[in-house]
Design a binder for this molecule. Structure first.
Ligand SMILES: Cc1cc2nc3c(=O)[nH]c(=O)nc-3n(C[C@H](O)[C@H](O)[C@H](O)COP(=O)(O)OP(=O)(O)OC[C@H]3O[C@@H](n4cnc5c(N)ncnc54)[C@H](O)[C@@H]3O)c2cc1C
Length: 394
């Protein structure tokens, strides 16, 4: 393993490359244009691959660069400082495609798909949510039933990012009558262009560069070799790599939050009212300091999560804490950032309105913060075991 000083110098070089890439391909005017015309940065994926960012956090034995997750978090944070859309797309390549295949793919799937994902040639969309299965993710009703050597899949998924652009849809299906009994859930990597798939876009108020789709599966046939992981253990393929994605999401959130704080600070130093810069009104100066404190707290807990991951320690509780602290910090700073910029932030030419709109998603996307609190409560033992509860009432 590399020593801390060498790692810091490697990270500095990687971050300089990331800055250069963003300055060249995603300058502020281009970010604004893409947001206005809802243009996702799929065209920039070859650059992410060329910089080695998709493979960077994976072990060298499987084609990765072996970077610690703390370094991956620094990369995500820096990308998101420029624009959240590019760091979020990188995270989807890693968390929805490469990670589930790394942990649950068979040898053939790993050999075929991991190099393609690392090269940015294969994109996997996560098709978990359904009209009746949001927070209650296990309530999926999309069914997969055996059909000869393969399966037939019917049902509906909703709010699926990238679905139209993806090569595969990592789809959680109910497989009643299979291992796991009536509650059996199994995951499939459904080829996006399989017959019987229909998609419609979902218009929305933010994250314009991350297209969202509603998907109908009408008797879609897939081969058994398209199954990811064992029959009946599909839920694990979705949740098995959550610790990594929690850290990436939190790190990206901090990047955007820092950009909002910097923008608000620059505005408060420059804008004059009553003959003085806004920053000389103590209420605004202290608000900027409070914004800084929120981002600082989020950064501390996120890099603690990264340390825990790199040390191989249990990360469920700290992962949920980091997700909550970072996403709520982002909402705090974008809300107050908007107040400090006032009309200047409300104009579409200001990035502040985009930060503010986009920020609203993160406290309920990627696992709502209420469900994260449930996860923490469970880790703290704040629940009554069902049998005990029944005994009490019975
Ligand atoms: C822009 C966007 C992109 C998305 N991308 C994807 C994707 O790529 N793939 C995918 O599968 N899904 C995706 N989703 C779906 C997302 O994961 C869900 O929106 C999320 O899981 C919440 O589900 P819901 O919206 O149905 O809310 P609900 O489950 O209806 O929840 C409503 C509210 O009730 C609260 N609540 C529910 N149950 C409890 C409880 N037990 N205790 C306390 N509070 C509770 C929730 O926290 C929430 O505040 C995306 C959503 C959006 C908006």
């Amino acid at each position: 393993m590399m020593n801390a000083m060498d790692q810091a110098s490697d990270d500095a070089m990687m971050l300089a490359t990331v800055d250069e890439f963003c300055r060249r391909h995603l300058p502020p005017d281009e970010i604004r244009r893409r947001d206005e015309v809802h243009l996702a940065p799929y065209d920039l994926v070859p650059h992410l691959a060329e910089m080695g960012l998709i493979r960077a956090g994976f072990p060298e034995e499987i084609g990765g660069l072996g970077l610690p997750w703390a370094s991956m978090c620094r990369i995500q944070e820096r990308l998101a400082y420029h624009t959240h859309s590019i760091s979020s797309l990188l995270n989807r390549y890693i968390s929805f495609g490469a990670m589930p295949i790394r942990f649950f793919g068979n040898d053939e799937q790993k050999a075929r798909l991991l190099p393609e994902i690392f090269e940015g040639r294969v994109l996997v969309a996560l098709a978990l949510s359904e009209p009746g299965a949001g927070s209650d993710a296990r309530a999926v009703t999309t069914r997969a039933v055996r059909d000869g050597d393969g399966w037939r899949i019917s049902g509906r998924k909703t709010w699926i990012s990238d679905a139209d652009q993806a090569d595969y849809l990592l789809t959680l299906c109910r497989t009643p009558g299979e291992a796991g009994g009536p509650k059996s859930l199994t995951s499939f990597l459904i080829p996006r262009h399989a017959a019987g798939i229909a998609m419609t876009p979902i218009p929305k108020i933010g994250n314009n560069c991350m297209p969202s789709w509603d998907i109908g599966f009408d008797n879609v046939h897939v081969a058994d070799s398209d199954r990811l992981g064992p029959v009946g253990e599909g839920f694990a393929t979705i949740t098995g790599s959550l610790r990594y994605s929690r850290a990436s999401v939190a790190a990206a959130t901090i990047g955007t939050a820092q950009a909002a704080v910097d923008l608000a600070s620059a505005h408060a130093l420059e804008r004059q009212q009553f003959g003085r810069p806004l920053v000389e009104f103590q209420v605004l100066k202290h608000r900027l300091v409070d914004m800084h404190i929120e981002v600082r707290k989020a950064r501390l807990v996120t890099y603690e999560l990264a340390r825990v991951i790199d040390a191989g320690e249990p990360a469920e509780e700290i992962g949920a804490v980091a997700k909550i602290v970072a996403t709520e910090a982002l909402q705090y700073v974008t809300n107050h950032g908007m107040q400090i910029l006032a009309s200047a932030g409300y104009a579409t030419e200001s990035p502040m309105q985009r930060y503010w709109r986009d920020a609203r998603l993160y406290s309920f996307g990627e696992g709502t913060n209420e469900i994260q609190r449930e996860i923490i409560a469970r880790q703290l033992g704040l629940f009554v075991p069902r049998e005990k509860g029944l005994a009490k009432t019975g």
